[in-house]
Design a protein around this ligand. Structure first.
Ligand SMILES: [Zn+2]
Ligand SMILES: [Zn+2]
Length: 383
């Protein structure tokens, strides 16, 4: 796919007009007021500390190799950990192809990629870290490489960034959407997998479609005629004729096209699972999670920067992520409007990502407030 996305990104804090207060105003403060303000600042700082104690996470690269990802397309990228600008490592041109593939390194022709970590690669790493919600270091640190190696959706992350918005969801360029409110879907009779009963695959997709139709005024109907269906679903191996070849186990899991195309392709080489209890493979991928994500693309959503969102591009093996988050719902409702029966409050209760997002935004604004308060009150101590 060569779609470009319109991708609103989070903006920095808005102007702090409180800093422009008239200096004469300080004369009205008493020492008691100063003390109270300092206390308030300290309290704000306390509040702004992380609400959860740090916990040790499993080593990402050890996790990947131990979990049997060794054969995956991007396993060799582990050697790039801790490299930065100026480093030269054999095979780094392959990493540049990865960034090019997902929309981060488009200024340099693919034929000119070298094994040197140059300025262009540094810019690509920074853009990737911003888009994927990672710490922005410009280096191939551990977390960044682990995320690069993780299985993901084949749709590009290329985006046109907008400032002055706090939204994280994104659209395809031009914000295409379906014009009609009932969409049909069908499964390719030939391009399928045999190890999961068709009835189970159908049930998985029915649940996935229902999640989206619950929040927007669009109905999805299963039909038998594959040729005339709006949404055409199939499992394909390698090069399957649309210019976006699949890559075997893990790596790219699936891709789907923007409205009103309707093509929905899953990599037939994955070990697809409908139940991790019966599918024990270390590289098993949850079909329902991927189905829910790709339907988002079919509807017109691009990749989100919110890690908890269904529209985040990465899904690790043996992981289930099927519930739409606030970010997904706001994104798709901005395109289609809300389903009249949809109740936002029930989503608010279940969406833990919102708490984190709001919490972190609140914490950063509290830091700013606290610093402003200290700057404002310090001179009073010398009065
Ligand atoms: Zn995707
Ligand atoms: Zn395809």
């Amino acid at each position: 796919m060569t779609q470009k996305f319109l991708c609103p990104n989070k903006a920095g804090p808005k102007g702090l007009k409180s800093q422009n207060n008239e200096p004469t105003m300080f004369q009205f403060f008493s020492y008691n007021t100063t003390f109270a303000l300092l206390s308030l600042s300290s309290f704000s700082l306390l509040l702004s500390l992380p609400c959860f104690p740090a916990k040790s996470l499993p080593d990402p690269l050890t996790e990947l190799t131990a979990a049997g990802w060794n054969g995956s397309a991007w396993h060799d990228f582990a050697q790039f950990v801790d490299t930065g600008k100026g480093s030269r490592v054999s095979g780094m041109s392959e990493l540049k192809k990865y960034f090019h593939r997902f929309g981060y390194l488009n200024l340099v022709p693919e034929t000119n990629f070298t094994d040197t970590f140059d300025d262009h690669l540094e810019l690509a790493v920074v853009a990737y870290q911003k888009k994927l919600g990672l710490a922005v270091t410009g280096k191939l640190d551990y977390d960044t490489v682990a995320q690069i190696m993780a299985p993901r959706c084949g749709v590009s992350d290329a985006s046109h960034e907008l400032i002055h918005t706090t939204r994280h969801y994104a659209y395809f360029y031009g914000e295409p959407r379906w014009a009609r409110s009932t969409l049909t879907y069908a499964f390719s009779p030939e391009s399928t997998i045999g190890y999961i009963p068709q009835s189970e695959i159908h049930a998985v997709f029915e649940r996935a479609f229902l999640r989206w139709s619950a929040v927007i005024p669009i109905n999805f109907t299963s039909v038998d005629d594959y040729q005339t269906a709006d949404i055409k679903i199939g499992f394909y191996h390698g090069d399957h004729g649309d210019g976006e070849p699949f890559d075997g186990v893990l790596g790219i899991l699936a891709h789907a096209f923007s409205p009103e195309n309707g093509r929905f392709h899953l990599d037939g080489s994955e070990t697809w699972a409908v139940d991790f209890g019966s599918e024990k493979s270390k590289v098993a991928v949850d079909l329902e999670s991927v189905a829910t994500h790709e339907i988002g693309h079919v509807l017109g959503l691009a990749h989100s920067s919110v890690k908890e969102a269904v529209m985040y591009p990465i899904l690790r093996p043996r992981t289930k992520k099927v519930d739409l988050k606030i970010d997904d719902v706001e994104g798709v409702q901005a395109l289609y409007g809300s389903n009249p029966n949809f109740n936002f409050s029930s989503l608010l209760e279940s969406d833990t990502s919102l708490g984190c997002a709001v919490g972190s935004e609140m914490r950063s604004s509290l830091w700013v407030t606290s610093l402003v308060m200290i700057v404002l009150t310090l001179p009073l101590c010398f009065l």
